[in-house]
Design a protein around this ligand. Sequence first.
Ligand code: AOF
Ligand code: ZN
Length: 336
Amino acid sequence: MNYIKYMKRAISNADAFKFTAKPNPVVGALLIKDNQIISQGEHEIFGSCHAEINAIAKAKKELGKTFNSFDELTLICTLEPCSHHGKTGPCSDAIIKAGIKKVVIGSKDPNPLVSGKGIKKLIDNGVMVEFDICANEVKKQNKHFFFKHENKKPYIAVKIASSADGKSHKKNGERIFITSNESREDVQILRADYDSILTGGNTLLADNPQMNARVKFPVNQAKKILLSNKDNISYDYKFFQEADVEIIKERNIHKIVSQIQKSPINSILVEAGPKLVNAFLISNLVDEVIIYKSPNKVGDDGVNWFDEETTVENFGFTLESSYKIESDIKQIYKKC
Ligand code: AOF
Ligand code: ZN
């Protein structure tokens, strides 16, 4: 039987939850009998039931109507069913308990807690398993999740707003908006895509930023990470409002990143001033730089993002894509 069209359907179904399931991967599952879909389930919200569990629960309502026993059904799932006790119980146990005898998997789970163990458990319990059906599409859909586990580091992007003459802000601290309203709206959507947003104490004090994703769709908001070694930070800053904030005193960027790697976070968006941004770039741990560039100049009383001779290319980045947002330009640079 050709399972590809069902796998593609499960991938599309899962996509609806990409902002609410994170930092978990999005996962879709279908239970089919011959060429008929009996039920569809997805992992909808971080911490809630996994896709397979939702698909099984929905199918139970059909039992005795469209099918008589779970051994008549094939489970299609985009990710290897889990085998661990996380926020929920192991899906592989639930599949075995339901009596499902055939499972078709998109990609193996790269999470070391699961990787291969879910498949082994199913096979050891007499379930027929096929895997690597549209695996690349599943990886692309969950790129930060796969990146973290395959590269043993979170995906790190640095976002900056720059004037035409390469400035970040004014030397006298006067608050100015470098880029347009439309670019700042785009940043909201960018934030929605990340598991964590990281900034430094100087940006907190100078700008009092909120740094959450102010978008019109449901989002599991990013964890906020503040790098600061000050002991008496006031919690009145907007950054702390309705947020899960971690303050890290460590200064070594490699140590900070490996600490974050141990948490469920797959991706970090760095939104900070020139000092911290340059420290991240020098650490060689950054995977992407996003520049919102305005056509307006700030002039000599502005602070440069980079030293005279330093450009983002000097840090090993290449322009991958760019597009206009009103009068600004958004440029995406990747490591190559
Ligand atoms: C599945 N089905 O729908 C998803 C899976 O803390 P938990 O219990 O939610 O477990 C999270 C981990 O489970 C996650 O890191 C990934 O390895 C796997 N995700 N597995 O069987 C699902 N979302
Ligand atoms: Zn699971």
